[in-house]
Ligand binder design. Structure first.
Ligand code: CU
Length: 293
């Protein structure tokens, strides 16, 4: 009986979701939210879908094309130091092309194929965007504007672009190259994988004698600071005491209290003015130093 129970429990554990390979999902059943925005409840999303509106300057759809984009960790293996990548880093199409993108995510995390810089009058935020959470496929369509331009395509999940999931898409002749496209253009920050990295400098530990000397110096410093403040306080008290005594002669207790509060309020106001003045002085000095890049 016990053996049977163990077997049942084990087989249940191994067949449960935690142990199963993530299933590949074909996101075809999307809800249309309008404005080219489609979604499902399984992490699939399309934004900026446009299958029929011609961008200004296009007389007609010049060509109909279809591509399949693969996204995943394994595509970054040929780029040292990168973690994620698309299977291709560069695309080129003719102006006014209608393009359907089949986006396949091969990782068990969220990836996107996001284009920026499209005309905002027809693409919300100038974006065309495909997204899949976990292994799966999603498709979307857009129509390119007529001008030669280079568009950034990337995954916008935190750090995925910096870690390699980045490409450029040229319409016509494009408008130059974007930096840090893996395998296409130079990295803005170049990693160093040579073995000539110098050993980090290690601070020499202090000897017991040096430690004692340092402690004594700190103590002396603290002491002198305390006695300095004490002397200033005493001096101020000594000067103010006779002045206040003559001032308060013949005043009622209530009057004295309100007078003292007034002085305190004035002093605080003065200190705040002084501090703000100092801060603005310091910050204005800093802002002058900024170099134009
Ligand atoms: Cu990603």
């Amino acid at each position: 009986m016990r053996k049977l129970l163990v077997t049942v429990l084990l087989s249940f554990a191994f067949s449960s979701a935690a142990f199963a390979e993530k299933e590949f999902l074909d996101h075809t059943n999307l809800m249309n939210h309008g404005d080219g925005h489609l979604m499902d409840m399984d992490g699939g999303m399309v934004m900026g879908q446009n299958t029929d509106v011609l961008p200004g300057g296009c007389d007609k759809i010049a060509a109909e094309e279809e591509i399949t984009v693969y996204a995943g960790h394994k595509y970054s293996e040929k780029f040292p130091g990168r973690m994620f990548a698309f299977d291709k880093q560069e695309y080129q199409f003719e102006p006014c092309t209608k393009l359907t993108v089949n986006f396949i995510n091969e990782d068990s995390i969220r990836h996107q194929w996001m284009m920026h810089g499209l005309p905002k009058y027809m693409y919300p935020k100038g974006m065309f965007h495909l997204e899949v959470t976990g292994p799966g496929k999603i498709s979307g369509t857009l129509i390119f504007p007529p001008n030669d331009k280079t568009y950034l395509v990337h995954c916008d999940i935190s750090q995925h672009m910096e870690k390699g999931m980045k490409a450029q898409l040229k319409i016509g002749k494009g408008s130059g190259d974007l930096p840090s496209i893996p395998g296409v253009t130079a990295y803005v920050i170049q990693d160093d994988y040579s073995d000539s990295i110098p050993e980090p400098a290690v601070a020499k530990p202090l000897t017991a004698k040096e430690k004692r000397a340092a402690a004594a110096a700190t103590a002396a410093e603290n002491e002198s600071a305390v006695s300095g403040i004490l002397i200033i306080g005493l001096a101020v008290g000594l000067i103010l005491a006779p002045l206040l005594a003559s001032r308060f002669k013949g005043m009622a207790t209530g009057e004295i209290v309100s007078y003292v509060f007034e002085i305190i309020a004035k002093a605080i106001g003065l200190i705040i003015k002084l501090i703000t003045g100092l801060i603005s002085m310091v910050s204005s000095k800093k802002s002058i130093k900024l170099s134009d890049k």
